[in-house]
Write a protein that binds this ligand. Structure first.
Ligand code: T46
Length: 138
């Protein structure tokens, strides 16, 4: 498995820091959409779904949060995003939950597709069925 945490180059000088993310370089897909999650209330968890085709890179550009990724085959890993030079790659077929948001967290998400509700799997048992028994099973 490729390492889901990516470290981006910081282009810094005496004025401060800058990170640039380009399709085909830091981002391994054509960028179709960017959205960001902020002002998440204390104790709130988000996500609780998987995607059939969507690829994304999540970057906490301010503050921190945690993301758990479950492959539906018994493996679950938790990643902390706490720096603007770190990105978490999430490919298709990965159940994600985001939690432990700091009050100042701004979670930027770079996505390979436009928003499409049909690409979501929002039921965990259907997700497990999907990753283990294939597309036609749900
Ligand atoms: C994901 C995680 C990391 C739109 O209208 N357009 C959009 O591009 C998005 C992402 C959402 N929405 C609407 C749909 C809902 O009415 O915004 C509302 C909140 O979306 P959702 O409940 O899906 O948010 P999260 O934080 O649970 O999940 C989001 C993404 O939807 C999802 O693809 O991987 O962030």
């Amino acid at each position: 498995m490729t390492e889901p945490i990516r470290t981006f180059k910081i282009l810094g000088d005496e004025r401060g820091s800058l990170v640039a993310l380009e399709t085909g370089k830091e981002i391994p897909f054509d960028i179709k959409r960017v959205y960001y999650i902020f002002d998440t209330q204390q104790g709130v968890a988000r996500g609780f779904h998987a995607h059939k085709e969507l690829q994304q890179i999540l970057v906490s550009v301010s503050g921190s949060c945690k993301v758990s990724l479950d492959n539906g085959k018994g493996s679950r890993e938790v990643y902390e995003l706490n720096s603007p030079d770190k990105g978490l790659y999430i490919g298709p077929g990965s159940w994600r939950e985001m939690f432990d948001f700091s009050p100042d967290c701004v979670l930027m998400v770079i996505a390979s597709m436009l928003y499409e509700e049909d690409d979501y799997i929002r039921d965990y048992s259907r997700f497990v069925e999907y990753v283990n028994n294939g597309k036609d099973s749900i």
